[in-house]
Design a protein around this ligand. Structure first.
Ligand SMILES: Cc1cc2nc3c(=O)[nH]c(=O)nc-3n(C[C@H](O)[C@H](O)[C@H](O)COP(=O)(O)OP(=O)(O)OC[C@H]3O[C@@H](n4cnc5c(N)ncnc54)[C@H](O)[C@@H]3O)c2cc1C
Length: 485
């Protein structure tokens, strides 16, 4: 059998953010050519851009995601650290008030990467685009899919302002690539990674496929974030500080977290569910942290730090999942990944890690089944549902308790699971082994089944074996460095 012609071995990735860049990397070497189509003219280096508004909010990448990124891009962690990102051991460098009290700082079991989102994206983007098998069409908007219900054959795109100067912008356009020009990029595999605003569901119905099943669970969470310069002595090696709500208290849940990132900055996010939202007002930020959270420690730290940005505000926090893997029919050559497939309440910090794990699954499935094999993209879609389900269940399992989040409220099963998780969280405050097991799951390194082994069930029944802490476990040195002594 002859090899497929060039378009048939071209992969086209829609969206050049976290999921898109990692998907492109996953397919380099499997496709002859990988083309990333991105509506923004991506900046050189870490800089804000229109298509990534969430970059003004705190982002952390859990170790389950770090491992997946490393697998695709060996050396990525080193590159991130060299660019200024921090690697924080979990729970060693974490001061966390959970629903059931302060967690102790146990020896490292997992880690997180802490960085401004623009720095994270720019570093990964540079590594991916250094591969000359990957081309970027920047400033080019995806309009829809070409093909029919049986198979996708390409992508309809339109050049925006700035696209004309983009390398490769006219490679498939027959030479006409000025602003407004439209053409079809032929493809043997299309990956939709256009984020929360993905129109894949609509594109599929335009091809004659049925509407996708979709679920939304909206905690009503509003997010306010602000960048601070840490006090001089606290600009390196400071722990993460996180105050979480206690759902048993009733009423709106309010939380805050302070992440130490590059350049001696703290990025701080305050959030609240319906009726407990933080304000958009710069002047109210520190007050909210000090007076509205269950403990004032974040506010006290901020009183000694210098704000270097205004408040960024978003309500784009609804959990939204498209069950593409359940569609009765699925066209060849199309895969949907990242937030385009499922977006989670950002409070749990899982979107980046799931996107990275999904890109690894994409690579492995194409490798194993063979480029262009029948039913390949359906297999990918079913396989990526696994990490998606883990993050989805973790987020939705908690958010269904927020008033108004769903039509019917929590089920009996939701209540039973929540009661067990609550007991585990209490146990984890004073039992290092259980704290590690819980973090296995929250870091997306292992599935939730590790919380159901007999020894974990027994530990949960017995509860914490160390007494509850009465305040945040900041060391005397950390208090002094932040001016809190
Ligand atoms: C406030 C907030 C805080 C968060 N915090 C965390 C966290 O701490 N940890 C974590 O893991 N996750 C976090 N997340 C989730 C994380 O931001 C997303 O999971 C992640 O960005 C998903 O990446 P993506 O590439 O799928 O989508 P996106 O990053 O949204 O990128 C989509 C890309 O597609 C492009 N695009 C869109 N439409 C088109 C089109 N028609 N044509 C061409 N290009 C197009 C956009 O310009 C953009 O570049 C947070 C999210 C929010 C909202």
């Amino acid at each position: 059998m002859s090899e497929p012609s060039r378009p048939a071995r071209t992969a086209v990735v829609l969206g050049g953010s976290h999921a898109g860049m990692l998907a492109a990397r996953a397919l380099a070497g499997l496709a002859d050519r990988v083309v990333v189509v991105e509506r923004d003219v991506l900046p050189d280096g870490p800089a804000p851009r229109k298509g990534l508004p969430q970059a003004r909010h705190a982002h952390m990448l859990w170790s389950g995601g770090v491992r997946a990124v490393e697998e695709l891009l060996p050396g990525a962690t080193e590159a991130l650290l060299a660019a200024g990102a921090r690697r924080a051991p979990v729970t060693t460098d974490m001061v966390v008030m959970g629903a059931r009290g302060w967690f102790r700082r146990w020896p490292e079991s997992h880690h997180v990467i802490l960085a401004g989102r623009d720095l994270l994206d720019a570093t990964i983007r540079d590594l991916v685009l250094a591969d000359d098998r990957i081309e970027l069409l920047r400033g080019v908007e995806v309009l829809g899919l070409a093909g029919d219900a049986g198979a996708v054959t390409g992508v309809r795109v339109r050049a925006g302002e700035g696209a004309g100067s983009a390398p490769g912008a006219d490679s498939d356009a027959g030479g006409e690539a000025g602003p407004g020009a439209e053409w079809v990029v032929p493809a043997g595999l299309v990956v939709d990674a256009t984020g929360r605003g993905s129109r894949a569901g609509r594109w599929l119905t335009e091809l004659g496929l049925p509407a996708v099943e979709r679920r939304e669970v909206d905690s009503g969470l509003a997010y306010a974030s602000r960048l601070f310069r840490a006090p001089e002595q606290a600009r390196s090696g400071y722990p993460v500080v996180n105050v979480q709500p206690d759902p048993r208290a009733g009423g709106p849940g309010r939380a805050g977290f302070l992440l130490p990132i590059e350049d001696g900055h703290w990025i701080v996010t305050l959030n609240g569910t319906r009726g407990g939202e933080p304000s958009t007002d710069d002047a109210d930020f520190v007050r909210f942290a000090r007076e509205e959270l269950r403990h004032p420690v974040i506010g006290e730290l901020l009183e000694r730090a210098e704000p270097v940005s205004g408040v960024a505000y978003t309500r784009a926090t609804v959990n939204r999942r498209h069950f593409y893997e359940r569609m009765p029919a699925w066209p060849e050559n199309l895969t949907v990944l990242g937030d385009a497939l499922a977006a989670y309440n950002p409070l749990y910090g899982h979107g980046l890690a799931v996107a990275a794990q999904s890109a690894v699954i994409l690579r492995d499935t194409v490798r194993r089944r063979g480029w262009g094999s029948a039913g390949l993209s359906r297999r990918v879609q079913k396989a990526v549902a696994r990490p998606v389900s883990t993050a989805w269940d973790l987020a939705v399992g908690q958010d269904v308790f927020c008033p108004g989040a769903t039509e019917n409220g929590p089920t009996v099963r939701d209540r039973l699971v929540a009661a067990y998780v609550g007991r585990l969280m209490l146990t984890a405050t004073g039992n290092g082994r259980i704290a590690r097991r819980v973090t296995d799951v929250t870091s997306l390194e292992r599935g939730p089944e590790v919380l159901l082994t007999p020894s974990v069930l027994l530990a949960a029944a017995l509860g914490p074996w160390k007494p509850a802490l009465t305040g945040p476990p900041l060391t005397a040195d950390e208090l002094k460095r932040a001016g809190l002594e």
